[in-house]
Design a protein around this ligand. Structure first.
Ligand code: GTP
Ligand code: MG
Length: 326
């Protein structure tokens, strides 16, 4: 991890420096992922000066070639995109649907009804992310942010063992944190940059991303507040993904929209905020004993669908006999 200290930034006085440190920010990377309004709440001052601080951090990253420059020719952007890594899901079908796997520098959202395999995909990725990039992994560990209390280290161990990985080392490189309410989740996302910097983390999982906000902000009149808080949280995740070159995998629930007359009445929860924030959205459905994955939204993939299965080794292509006959 590149060590760019706040002292390297021009124009930060000792008072601002102290306030930033008190707010838990002690590197240029951490400052670059901050959200202006949030930072303003923490260190005082006005919106303009706070935004300037964050912008100067971003500029420093650009000067050091750690993030993309502004107004780059497409040829250079293409070169920059080569730094993106793709993590195998364990299923060639699902990898192909994703264009090679779950990407770094992006938010990949899997949504679907209960039991469609969201949590199983998350567990599998925690293991495969640890493979070297040449082997289809990201060459790093994972953070599992669990809002539903469904993370199971035993299951991760089983997947790792079935794949022939070093079980102990896989378990050691996945940290999990159980989250109790939406404010707690927001706090964890805020301190994510620091954690990633201190540990070799290449994958962040949030399972599930909006269940807590949905449960807590249910009354009328709270929706705008909820969406705004979600928006902040998602934008912070995206910045973290870009700046630290990590993959972010989100799971999301579905809601039923009974006023739909044509087509599928289930939609991902989270409304426009999540729709806009997710780089890739994959809809999961049950299909007999297997699963169907549908690429619903992507800046670069056509609409497509594929089948995969869940087995002892996590996500696989070993479909049941019934699916193969079809
Ligand atoms: P919700 O979180 O409830 O919305 O569902 P989800 O989409 O996260 O579903 P999850 O990933 O938990 O998938 C559950 C399904 O995975 C089960 O119905 C099983 O079919 C399968 N599954 C879970 N654990 C195992 C396991 O150890 N072995 C095998 N073969 N399948 C498993
Ligand atoms: Mg789940």
């Amino acid at each position: 991890m590149i060590d760019l200290r706040l002292d390297d930034l021009e124009g930060i006085g000792p008072v601002t420096m102290r306030k930033l440190n008190e707010a838990g920010i002690d590197s240029v990377l951490q400052l670059a992922v901050a959200i202006p309004d949030e930072l303003m709440d923490e260190i005082g001052g006005n919106r303009e000066s706070t935004s300037e601080l964050i912008t100067s951090a971003r500029k420093t990253l650009q000067e050091n070639n750690l993030v993309e420059q502004e107004f780059v020719p497409a040829s250079e952007a293409l070169e920059w995109r080569k730094s993106i890594l793709r993590c195998t899901t364990g299923s060639e079908n699902l990898d192909a649907l994703l264009g090679g796997g779950v990407e770094t520098q992006a938010l990949t959202e899997f949504y679907g009804e209960f039991g469609t395999g969201k949590t199983q995909i998350a567990h599998t990725l925690c293991a495969t992310a640890q493979l070297a990039p040449e082997e289809g992994g990201l060459g790093g560990g994972a953070i599992y942010i669990d809002t539903e209390s469904t993370f199971r280290p035993e299951r991760l161990a089983q997947i790792a063992e079935a794949k022939g990985y070093d079980k102990q080392s896989v378990l050691e490189n996945v940290v999990f944190t159980r989250v109790f309410n939406s404010a707690h989740l927001e706090l964890i996302i805020q301190s994510l940059a620091k954690y990633i910097e201190q540990n070799n983390v290449k994958l962040v999982i949030v399972d599930s991303v909006i269940s807590l906000h949905r449960a807590e902000f249910s009354g009328r009149g709270t929706l705008a507040d909820r969406q705004q808080r979600l928006n902040r949280l998602l934008h912070r995740l995206l910045r973290v993904a870009e700046i630290y070159n990590v993959a972010v995998m989100l799971t999301n629930q579905v809601i039923s929209t009974p006023d739909t007359f044509f087509g599928d009445p289930t939609k991902p929860a989270g409304g426009n905020v999540l729709a806009h924030a997710s780089t890739y959205r994959i809809y999961l459905r049950k299909s007999g004993r297997d699963r169907k994955a549908i690429m619903v939204d992507s800046p670069s993939h056509p609409y497509s669908e594929t089948m995969f299965a869940i087995s002892e080794s996590g996500v696989t292509d070993q479909l049941s006999k019934e699916s193969k006959k079809k």
